[in-house]
Design a binder for this molecule. Structure first.
Ligand code: NAD
Length: 415
C-alpha cells in the first residue's frame, strides 16, 4: 500500500459532485465522517501457546439507505483510514447500484500468510465475538474482502449463531453455497465488472474478441476476471500478477493452466512459457484493457503518465489515486470507477441476503441474469450523466450515489 490516503481521496470524489447537487457545507461535513466506528483489541491463542492481541476495526459509514454492508479485510498494512475510505466507497457503491443498504467495512491488522489455518479460524471467531453487538442481519452485514474467504465467512456465521443461540445465515454474506451462500457469489465481482467493460467497449470502440488485457491481482477478483475475460469474452489475457510479481505472454496466458499452477506453487511467478515482470511493469503495459484487481493506490502521480491502456476498469477499490485520476482524465483515458465496476460483489451479496431472509435458493442462471440487469442499468445511468454533464464517469457515479444518500437523509429528517 502506498503512502496515499484512501479516505482523503474518497472525500475529494465526494466534493467533486457537491456543486452539481447543491450540497450544503453542513451536509457535506456529515458525509465526510463515518457515523460509527468500533476499535477492538482481539486476543488470540497462537499455535505455540502464546497470546497475541490483534487490532481490529468495524466502520459503519452511513446507514441512511439501510443496514450497512461491507467486507472484512485481513491485511498486515491495514490502517483505520483505509477502512474508513473503503466504508465510504461501499456507501456510494450501494447507493449507485440502488441497493437498500448503507456502507461499512471491517479489518484486522494481521498477516494470514504467516498464520496457520487454526490461528486464522480462532482470529475470525474472536473478531466476531468482539464486534457481535455492532453487527447483525438488520444492522450491519459483513462479507469477504482481501485475504478473507468463504470458509472464514462460515466460521464467522457459526460464531455469531452460537452467540445469539440460533442459526443466523443473514449476518454475513459470501458464505459457502453449502451453508446459505448464493450461487454466483464467488465470481460476482469479476462477472459484474466484465458486464461494465462490455458496455464501455461498445461506447469506446474496443473490440473485445482478442482484446489484450492485463490484470493486477490473482485472488478472488483477479483470477475470476482473467477466467471470465478469456472464456466468456474471448479476450487475450497477456499479463497477471500477485503479491510476489507478475507474468507476461505476448500470445496470451492459459488461465486454467495458470490456476492449477498457482494452486500448486502459491504464486503465478515463473509460470512456464511466460516471462516474469514486476507489478509496476504490468501496469505500464501497452494493452487495450487494464484491470487493477489487488489493492488501492497502485496508480499514482508516480506512474500515471506511463499508463498506456486504452481503458482502465477498477475491479479493486481505490486503485487510482485522486491526483492520478485527474491526470489520466486530462489525457483522455477512460476509467470505469470502482463504485460502478466492482459492484457485482455487493449486488450478489444482497441477493444472498434476500435468499437467506426468504429461506430460498436461486440457481446460478437466475443470479447471473439479475446481476447483469443491475450492472447494465447502473452503467447506462452513469454513462448518460457523464455525457450530459461532460464530466468523468467517476464524478457522474458519485453524483448519482451521493444524490440518493442525501435524499434518504432528508426524508429521514436528519438534515
Ligand atoms: P484476494 O485476497 O482474494 O486477492 C488479492 C490479490 O491481490 C492476491 O492475488 C494478492 O496476491 C494480490 N496482491 C496483494 N498485494 C499485492 C501487491 N502489493 N501487488 C500486487 N498484487 C497484490 O482479494 P479480492 O477479494 O480479490 O480483492 C481484490 C480487490 O477487489 C480489493 O481491492 C477488494 O477490496 C476489491 N473487491 C473485492 C470484492 C470481493 O467480492 N471479494 C468486491 C469488490 C471489491
Amino acid at each position: 500500500m502506498s503512502e496515499q490516503n484512501l479516505f482523503e481521496d474518497v472525500k475529494k470524489h465526494l466534493c467533486s459532485c457537491s456543486a452539481d447537487l447543491q450540497v450544503t457545507p453542513n451536509l457535506e461535513a456529515i458525509m465526510k465522517m463515518p457515523m460509527r466506528e468500533l476499535h477492538v483489541s482481539i486476543p488470540v491463542r497462537m499455535d505455540d501457546g502464546s497470546i497475541r492481541a490483534f487490532a481490529g476495526f468495524r466502520v459503519q459509514y452511513n446507514d441512511a439507505l439501510g443496514p450497512t454492508k461491507g467486507g472484512i479485510r485481513f491485511h498486515p498494512d491495514e490502517t483505520i483510514d483505509t477502512i474508513r475510505g473503503l466504508a465510504a466507497i461501499m456507501t456510494w457503491k450501494c447507493a449507485l447500484h440502488n441497493l437498500p443498504l448503507g456502507g461499512a467495512k471491517g479489518g484486522v491488522i494481521c498477516n494470514p500468510k504467516k498464520m496457520s489455518r487454526g490461528e486464522i479460524e480462532r482470529l475470525a471467531r474472536a473478531y466476531i465475538q468482539a464486534v457481535c453487538h455492532f453487527i447483525g442481519p438488520d444492522r450491519d452485514i459483513p462479507a469477504p474482502d482481501v485475504y478473507t474467504d468463504a470458509s472464514m465467512m462460515a466460521w464467522m456465521m457459526d460464531e455469531y449463531s452460537k452467540i445469539v443461540q440460533k442459526t443466523t445465515f443473514g449476518v454475513i454474506t459470501g458464505k459457502p453455497v453449502s451453508l446459505g451462500g448464493s450461487e454466483g457469489r464467488e465470481d460476482a465481482t469479476a462477472r459484474g465488472g466484465w458486464f461494465i467493460i462490455r458496455e464501455a467497449a461498445k461506447d469506446t470502440g474496443i473490440f473485445l474478441e482478442g482484446a489484450r488485457v492485463a490484470i493486477q491481482g490473482f485472488g478472488n477478483v483477479g483470477a475470476n476476471a482473467a477466467l471470465i475475460g478469456q472464456e466468456l469474452f474471448s479476450c487475450t489475457v497477456v499479463a497477471v500478477s500477485d503479491s510476489r510479481g507478475g507474468i507476461y505472454s505476448r500470445i496470451g496466458l492459459d488461465i486454467r493452466a495458470l490456476l492449477a499452477y498457482k494452486e500448486k506453487t502459491g504464486s503465478v511467478t515463473d509460470f512456464p512459457g511466460a516471462e516474469n515482470i514486476t507489478n509496476d511493469e504490468l501496469l505500464e503495459l501497452e494493452v487495450d484493457i487494464l484491470i487493477p484487481a489487488a489493492l488501492e493506490n497502485v496508480i499514482t502521480l508516480d506512474n500515471a503518465s506511463r499508463i498506456k491502456a486504452r481503458l482502465i476498469a477498477e475491479f479493486a477499490n481505490g486503485p487510482v489515486s485522486s491526483d492520478a485520476d485527474a491526470l489520466l482524465h486530462s489525457r483522455g483515458m477512460p476509467i470505469l470507477p470502482d463504485i460502478l465496476c466492482n459492484g457485482g460483489g455487493v449486488i450478489v451479496s444482497y441477493f444472498e441476503m434476500v435468499q437467506n431472509f426468504n429461506l430460498d435458493h436461486w440457481d446460478a442462471e437466475e443470479v447471473n441474469q439479475r446481476l447483469e440487469k443491475k450492472m447494465v442499468v447502473a452503467y447506462k445511468a452513469v454513462h448518460d450523466l457523464s455525457f450530459k454533464n461532460n464530466v468523468p464517469m467517476r464524478q457522474a457515479g458519485y453524483t448519482i450515489a451521493v444524490g440518493r444518500v442525501v435524499k434518504a437523509m432528508k426524508s429521514r429528517g436528519w438534515v
